[in-house]
Design a protein around this ligand. Structure first.
Ligand code: AFP
Length: 313
């Protein structure tokens, strides 16, 4: 969109108009919009749960579904027979589920409610979506056509990319997603770091990298929610998030298909990089839907520095 458009005018651009102006393909525009709208229903479910976690019985004595399971049902039902989605895979399903007639173009992966264990603390949580064309089992660089996440915090925000930059929208009082930041760009170097896992479980080379960041004066920003932690690096335009290989779990904790590929797609669209410490996340073949991988994701300087420390092992 042309530079110099006043904030107010820019702010009045809603999601569908921005995607149309950005030249996003029609069916993909409709699918992204449909998923973004689903975020409103998931948020309503979070409110309805009154921050209670799984295992509660409602007033009729029925087992209340865990929030992440009910969020998964909402998402799957919304996409079922949408006419755009052939298969759906999520952290809450054991296998890939066929939800279309078999001729649709897109395959959707979901972490329907990432960070659900934080709901009772009222910290921000989110939904992570990957959109693939042709198949979801393979190399992300070849299969992914779009990714998005929705953050449920003081505001509901949504960041998407369809391969033409990463853009942020805020859900307004009228229930419309309006553009707040277009073509988000990461600086080559930031000043925040977000690091998961227990220090005692880190490998010596990862520990040396974190100590480097601390000596350089980076500020620690880690909430335990992948979505808000990544969102902070994007919106602050720099820094690094890492959930590393651990001594007892060399593949780390986060899932390649549901969490890492979508965030890698978005961060790369913002000029950053995402790696497992050696290989780009979007170059790692997905062989199993539950596959985990270490992750270093964010600004170029910090991620390249991490790779150098890991090589020195
Ligand atoms: P939950 O979905 O079980 O809350 O886990 C959240 C998460 O998958 C991801 O959002 C965080 O980055 C990571 O786990 C936090 O893990 P630790 O609790 O080990 O720090």
């Amino acid at each position: 969109m042309g530079e110099g458009i006043s904030d107010y005018t820019k702010f009045c651009v809603d999601l569908r108009r921005q995607m149309w102006m950005a030249g996003v393909e029609t069916e993909l525009r409709r699918l992204i919009w449909q998923i973004a709208v689903t975020g409103k229903y998931i948020f309503a479910k979070i409110h309805e749960s009154n921050r209670k976690l799984a295992g509660f019985k409602n007033i009729f004595g029925e087992e209340q579904l865990a929030l992440d399971k009910s969020s998964d049902q909402i998402l799957k039902n919304q996409l079922q027979f949408s006419g755009f989605v052939r298969e759906y895979a999520s952290e809450e399903q054991d296998t890939v589920v066929r939800i279309g007639s078999g001729t649709e173009k897109y395959f959707v992966t979901a972490d329907p409610l990432d960070g659900s264990s934080l709901v009772d603390t009222n910290l921000a949580i989110g939904t992570i979506i990957g959109i693939h064309n042709g198949s979801m089992m393979g190399v992300g660089k070849q299969t992914m056509v779009a990714a998005l996440y929705i953050t449920y915090g003081p505001l509901i925000t949504m960041v998407y990319s369809a391969g033409k930059g990463a853009h942020e929208f805020v859900l307004n009082r009228e229930g419309e997603y309006v553009l707040s930041q277009e073509n988000i760009r990461l600086k080559d170097r930031g000043d925040i770091y977000s690091v998961g896992g227990l220090r005692k479980d880190w490998t010596p080379e990862h520990l040396r990298f974190v100590e480097f960041l601390e000596e350089q004066g980076y500020k620690l920003r880690y909430s335990g929610g992948f979505v808000p932690d990544i969102n902070q690096i994007l919106i602050k335009n720099g820094g690094i998030f890492t959930y590393p290989a651990l001594k007892k779990s060399p593949a780390g904790k986060l899932r390649l298909l549901f969490e890492l590929q979508p965030m890698a797609f978005l961060i790369e669209q913002a000029g950053g990089i995402a790696t497992d410490g050696k290989t780009d996340i979007l170059d790692i073949p997905v062989e199993d839907i539950g596959q985990r991988s270490p992750i270093y994701i964010g600004s170029r300087f910090e991620v390249e520095k991490a790779k150098a420390f890991l090589r020195a092992s």
